[in-house]
Design a binder for this molecule. Structure first.
Ligand code: NDP
Length: 333
């Protein structure tokens, strides 16, 4: 069976691609340029992988040529969406690619992809969490409150608003248009895990691994405040499995999945690195690191365990494997 995977150059997508290929699927990834497509194609066994260039997912009809020119797809996994820290224009940088990218691909599938049975979208816990008013326990019934106007007024909210509005638009599309496919959504929380493709530099590393990178580079040695937005995390390999199973498990259709491995703090990360990589100890923050607050919110990941069968990776393994992957690619990090 054939899968279209968008945003193939991304961190999460690189792991989704691996589990899809390992499970015997034939995959076409989208990438923003020929060059990026070639790098992906060269990084894995080529015979079951091809790539298509989609320069900007925010453009009207961006995905139409993919469905018009490629052999038919059975599934679509849409991971492409901007995730970076330098917002200048909330509409151009986040809202348009997140929202129009999502509705755009759904329209293209409805128009030109009649064989597609299911679409899996990478949403986020950003579409669930409401930091101004945490419930006792978060689950899939929870929705973030951000609006389009919030993002315009405060660009710092543009990523979160883009994610929640894109996800809402996807569910509305399926309800209103009654297309040939059903939908499953992965609402993963902050993702750690191994970097596995060539990176031009450590600067090019995906955002959610930055705190691990910065710690082993000694950049946080003199103390810092917790800069990650949530105290929950999940391993990227669990996120990849969640995408695969959301695609293949029949009763996953029609569901969101809150994919959360556990809590973490900077102190726990530093302690794990200190124990597993003693040679890096001198670069780590010595003490006075924030640990988990007592009043941290609860999370319920039972749907992901019961329907998708996710057996969550430990923080120790995730952090150790991430550090090792960085050292493998950049021995002088
Ligand atoms: P990456 O930055 O590694 O991947 C983002 C991908 O989206 C890249 O392939 C990027 O292409 C592509 N992309 C971004 N904007 C456009 C655009 N306008 N047109 C075409 N392609 C575009 O991030 P992640 O792998 O971490 O994120 C993947 C998805 O997971 C996103 O939807 C993100 O919101 C979601 N997510 C991530 C979490 C995390 O902690 N990492 C947590 C929860 C959700 P290029 O490489 O060319 O820039």
């Amino acid at each position: 069976e054939r899968v279209l995977l968008t945003g193939g150059s991304g961190f999460i997508a690189s792991h989704v691609l691996d589990v899809l290929l390992d499970s015997g699927f034939e995959v076409t990834v989208t990438a923003r340029s020929e060059e990026k497509g070639k790098i992906i194609a060269d990084s894995v066994k080529p015979h079951r992988l091809s790539y298509a260039v989609v320069e900007d997912i925010a453009k009207e009809g961006a995905f139409d040529p993919v469905f018009q020119t490629q052999a038919p797809f059975d599934y679509v996994v849409h991971t492409a969406s901007p995730y970076h820290l330098n917002v200048q224009d909330p509409v151009k940088d986040f809202l348009d690619p997140a929202i129009k990218g999502t509705t755009g691909i759904l329209k293209s599938i409805k128009a030109y992809g009649p064989t597609v049975k299911r679409v899996v979208i990478t949403s986020s816990s950003a579409a669930i969490l409401n930091p101004g008013n945490h419930p006792k326990v978060y689950n899939e019934t929870c929705w973030a409150p951000e609006t389009y106007e919030d993002a315009i007024e405060n660009p710092a909210k543009a990523y979160k608003a883009g994610k929640v509005l894109a996800e809402k638009a996807a569910w509305a599309f399926v309800q209103d248009e009654k297309p040939n496919f059903d939908l499953a959504v992965i609402n993963c929380t902050y993702v750690f895990g191994p970097i596995q493709r060539k990176l031009a530099s450590l600067e090019a590393m995906n955002v959610s691994n930055h705190c691990i990178r910065d710690m082993i580079q000694g950049k946080l040695k003199n103390g810092f405040k917790l800069r990650v937005p949530v105290p929950t995390w999940v391993d990227v390999r669990d996120v990849a499995q969640a995408h695969l199973r959301a695609m293949t498990v029949p009763r996953a259709g029609g569901n969101r999945f809150y994919v959360v491995g556990g809590y973490f703090s900077n102190k726990q990360i530093a302690d794990i690195i200190r124990e597993r990589f003693p040679s890096l100890a001198h670069r780590l923050p010595a003490d006075a690191l924030d640990d988990l607050p007592d009043d941290v919110f609860g999370f319920d990941n039972s749907r992901s365990r019961e329907i998708l069968g996710i057996n969550y990776t430990s923080l120790e393994k995730s952090i150790s494997d991430t550090v090792q992957s960085i050292l493998n690619l950049f021995p002088d990090a």
